[in-house]
Design a protein around this ligand. Structure first.
Ligand SMILES: CC(C)(COP(=O)(O)OP(=O)(O)OC[C@H]1O[C@@H](n2cnc3c(N)ncnc32)[C@H](O)[C@@H]1OP(=O)(O)O)[C@@H](O)C(=O)NCCC(=O)NCCS
Length: 224
């Protein structure tokens, strides 16, 4: 799969947006995929000039998007928030920037999986055959996507979560740590939903739902 990574990068430098708890985790992934971290961007101009783990915050997101073009530049989005990640990805693409897919060399990704742009797949994740992962989704450490499952745009599958065979996870879904989406029980997890950590999902999940527990029940709805 390293060939796949190489196909997506125009050079080995990458700028990272989103300076927070997850940034250094994303830095680890980018470096493992052979990238040089060229600098960080933050939404807050008061943070510009700070250095985090040796990487400088070089400018704000707003100033980045004032540039005429981002063509030829690689960007990575380190934030866990699906909506923010999707919005920034759209802006980067509109300006011609490149969002490479990063697949850790220790991830196991089937040659028969289909993976979009701007996807991050962390170490020890398993992606079986006929899985479809859409743009800007994150598959964290040790997560497993069983065959014929699908992950929509801008989802986050936290570590050790299991998405069963044929389960269709729609866009902007957050799957918490260690959750299990059971194949042949849950056919779909609808858009904008959150699956609580450790939940066992035995039924379809309707849009904008927060579900949790074993078996998972709706604990609240999200007002969009
Ligand atoms: C599901 C979740 C989003 C709910 O958060 P919330 O809306 O703030 O809900 P609350 O913490 O107020 O909990 C509401 C109720 O649901 C229960 N609950 C919350 N999360 C639960 C879970 N994962 N499993 C079982 N029950 C859960 C609470 O105990 C509480 O029950 P009560 O009303 O009987 O006291 C959150 O608990 C969660 O699991 N987040 C995932 C975190 C994660 O995986 N992060 C990965 C990043 S590395």
């Amino acid at each position: 799969m390293l060939n796949y990574v190489a196909m997506n990068k125009e050079d080995n430098s990458i700028f990272i947006l989103g300076v927070g708890h997850n940034t250094i985790v994303y830095v680890d992934l980018a470096k493992a995929c052979g990238y040089h971290i060229a600098g960080l961007y933050h939404f807050n101009d008061e943070r510009v000039g700070e250095v985090l783990h040796g990487f400088p915050i070089i400018d704000t997101n707003d100033n980045l998007f004032k540039k005429e073009t981002l063509a030829g530049l690689n960007f990575g989005l380190s934030m866990g928030d699906n909506k923010i990640r999707a919005d920034l990805a759209q802006k980067i693409r509109e300006k011609g920037g490149n969002l490479p897919t990063l697949i850790h060399p220790a991830a196991v990704v089937s040659q028969y999986a289909k993976i979009g742009n701007g996807v991050a797949i962390y170490a020890n994740a398993v992606v079986q055959a006929n899985v479809n992962i859409d743009n800007d989704s994150v598959i964290s450490h040790n997560a497993c996507l069983a065959h014929n499952s699908s992950i929509g745009k801008a989802c986050y599958v936290a570590f050790q979560a299991i998405v069963g065979a044929y389960v269709n996870v729609r866009q902007n879904v957050f799957v918490g740590q260690g959750a299990i989406l059971i194949s042949a029980k849950a056919d779909y997890i609808s858009e904008n939903s959150i699956i609580g950590a450790g939940s066992v999902v035995t039924k379809n999940v309707e849009p904008n739902s927060v579900v949790a527990g074993n078996p998972a029940r709706v604990i609240r709805k999200i007002n969009e």
